[in-house]
Write a protein that binds this ligand. Structure first.
Ligand code: IFM
Length: 444
C-alpha cells in the first residue's frame, strides 16, 4: 500500500496544531486575553457559537497528546505559543507560569524523542496590544521582536525550529480584510498596512532571534496556492496572474527580493501600505527554512458569475477543491521564482464530517487525500525542490476558527463532551506509512 511512495531516509514526518485551537485554559495561570478570546466570546462571530475556552484541553492533557504522537511514531510536532500566556499584555512583564507550560511540553516531547517546531504567532495577539492599535500600529512589530528574542533566548537551544508567523495572509486578509477572523475588521487599506507590519515584525524577530544565537532553524510559514485561469481567455489569465501577485508574491517578494510585486502594487493603488525607508532591509533576511501550508488552488474566473473549479477529485468538508497536483505545481513555481531555502510542508490535510462508530473512525477520504498529496510532494522533490519534511494538519480535531468545532481536521477524533481521543483510520495509516519509511531508513 505504501510501496510506491518513497521519501529520503532523513525526511521529517510530523503533525501540527496551534495554541488557540487546542490548548483551552484561556485564563489559566496568569494568561492574558488574546484577540481570539475577545472575538469568540461574541458568539455571533463563530458559526456554532462556540469558543476556544476549553478546546481540546491540551494545556492539561498535553502528556496524553504527546503519548498519542509517540504511538504514531512521528519525528516532529509543530505547535504554537500563545503570546499572551507568556506575556499577558504583549509588552512588559513575562509570565513564568506560562513559560513553565511550554517547558513541560518540551520535556514531554524530549522524553519521547519528538522534535519540537515552534510557531511564535498563530493569530492570537494579546488583547493588550490590540487595545494599543493591534497590527495596524507599527509599534506592534517591535513588541513582536522583543517577544521573539525572549522565546529564542529561553528555548532556542531546545527547539528544532522557530517560525515567526503562521499564514500572515490570513491575519491581514481575514482579520482586517473581510472580518471573518479576529479582530473582525473589514477594510482593504488596513489589511494591506497590517500585512506590511506583519512582514516588518517577521524581519525584526529574525534579527532579534539571530542576536541570541540559538540552535533553532529560523523561518516563516506562508499559506500558498497556485492560481489557474478558468479558461484560456486573456481576462482569466490576467486575473490568475494578479491573484498570484496579490497572495503569494506579496509575502515572498519582500522576504526574498526586498520589494513588493509591481503588479499587485499597481492594483492596490492608493491602498498600498506606507513603507518606511529601510523596512525592506529589515524584512529581507536569509531564512533557514520556508514553511509552506497547502490546501487548495485558486481558480481565477473573470466571468459573472465566475466559473467554479471542476473539483474532479471532490471537495473537503470546508468546500475546498481537492487538488493535489497544485502542490507539485506550486513548489515548482516557487523554485522558478525564488532562491529558496529548504522547504517544509508545515500544513496539509482536510476536514471531513467524521463520526465514531463502534470505537472507530473510518476516514478513508482523508487517507486518500494525504496519500495523493504525498505523491504530489514526491513529484516536486523528484523535480528538484528541496523539501525536508511534512506536517499533517492536524493531530487533533480542534477549534477551526470561525467554523468552531463543526469542522474536523484531526487524524485523532476528539469528543468535546468527554475529551476522549480516538485515533482515526488515517492516524493508523500515517503511523504505518511513517514506519514503512523508517524500514527504508534502516535499510539505507
Ligand atoms: O486550522 C487552520 C490552521 O490554523 C491554519 N491553516 C489552515 C488550517 C485549516 O483551516
Amino acid at each position: 500500500m505504501h510501496d510506491s511512495i518513497r521519501f529520503s531516509p532523513d525526511f521529517t514526518w510530523g503533525v501540527a496544531t496551534s495554541a488557540y485551537q487546542v490548548e483551552g485554559a484561556f485564563d489559566a495561570d496568569g494568561k492574558g486575553p488574546s484577540i481570539w478570546d475577545s472575538f469568540s466570546h461574541n458568539a455571533a462571530n463563530i458559526k456554532d457559537g462556540s469558543n476556544g475556552d476549553v478546546a481540546c484541553d491540551h494545556y492539561h492533557r498535553y502528556r496524553e497528546d504527546v503519548g498519542i504522537m509517540a504511538g504514531l511514531g512521528v519525528d516532529a510536532y509543530r505547535f504554537s505559543m500563545a503570546w499572551s500566556r507568556v506575556q499577558p499584555l504583549g509588552h512588559g512583564a513575562w509570565n513564568e507560569k506560562g513559560f513553565d507550560f511550554y517547558a513541560r511540553l518540551l520535556d514531554a516531547l524530549q522524553e519521547k524523542g519528538i522534535a519540537p517546531h515552534l510557531t511564535l504567532y498563530h493569530w492570537d495577539l494579546p488583547q493588550g496590544l490590540q487595545d494599543a492599535g493591534g497590527w495596524l500600529a507599527r509599534d506592534t512589530a517591535f513588541r513582536f521582536g522583543d517577544y521573539a528574542q525572549e522565546v529564542a533566548r529561553r528555548f532556542g537551544d531546545r527547539l528544532a525550529s522557530i517560525a515567526t508567523h503562521n499564514e500572515p495572509w490570513c491575519t491581514a486578509n481575514l482579520g482586517y480584510g473581510n472580518a471573518q477572523f479576529a479582530p473582525g475588521v473589514s477594510d482593504a487599506r488596513q489589511a494591506l498596512q497590517v500585512s506590511h507590519h506583519l512582514l516588518l515584525s517577521h524581519g525584526l524577530a529574525m534579527g532579534a532571534m539571530r542576536s541570541v544565537a540559538s540552535q533553532a532553524a529560523l523561518g516563516i510559514v506562508l499559506n500558498q496556492w497556485t492560481s489557474d485561469p478558468a479558461t484560456g481567455s486573456t481576462a482569466d489569465r490576467a486575473l490568475a496572474e494578479l491573484e498570484w501577485a496579490r497572495s503569494v508574491q506579496w509575502f515572498m517578494d519582500p522576504i526574498f527580493k526586498g520589494r513588493y510585486p509591481e503588479l499587485a502594487l499597481r492594483a492596490h493603488g492608493a491602498d498600498a501600505p506606507q513603507v518606511n525607508a529601510g523596512d525592506f532591509d529589515i524584512i529581507r533576511q536569509p531564512l533557514d527554512f520556508l514553511g509552506v501550508n497547502y490546501y487548495f488552488r485558486h481558480f481565477a474566473s473573470a466571468e459573472t458569475p465566475p466559473r467554479t473549479a471542476p473539483c474532479a477529485l471532490g471537495t473537503t468538508d470546508m468546500g475546498w477543491e481537492i487538488y493535489p497536483q497544485g502542490l507539485t505545481e506550486l513548489l515548482l513555481k516557487l523554485k522558478g521564482e525564488y532562491a529558496l531555502p529548504p522547504i517544509y510542508i508545515t500544513e496539509n490535510g482536510m476536514a471531513s464530517a467524521d463520526t465514531v462508530d463502534g470505537g472507530q473512525v473510518t476516514d478513508t477520504d482523508r487517507i486518500s487525500f494525504v496519500r495523493q498529496h504525498l505523491a504530489a510532494l514526491q513529484a516536486a522533490i523528484d523535480a528538484g525542490v528541496d523539501v525536508r519534511g511534512y506536517f499533517l494538519w492536524s493531530l487533533l480535531d480542534n477549534f477551526e476558527w470561525n467554523s468552531g468545532y463543526a469542522k474536523r481536521f484531526g487524524i485523532v477524533h476528539v469528543d468535546y463532551a468527554t475529551q476522549q481521543r480516538t485515533p482515526k483510520a488515517s492516524a493508523l495509516w500515517y503511523r504505518d506509512f511513517v514506519a514503512a519509511q523508517r524500514g527504508q531508513r534502516h535499510a539505507a
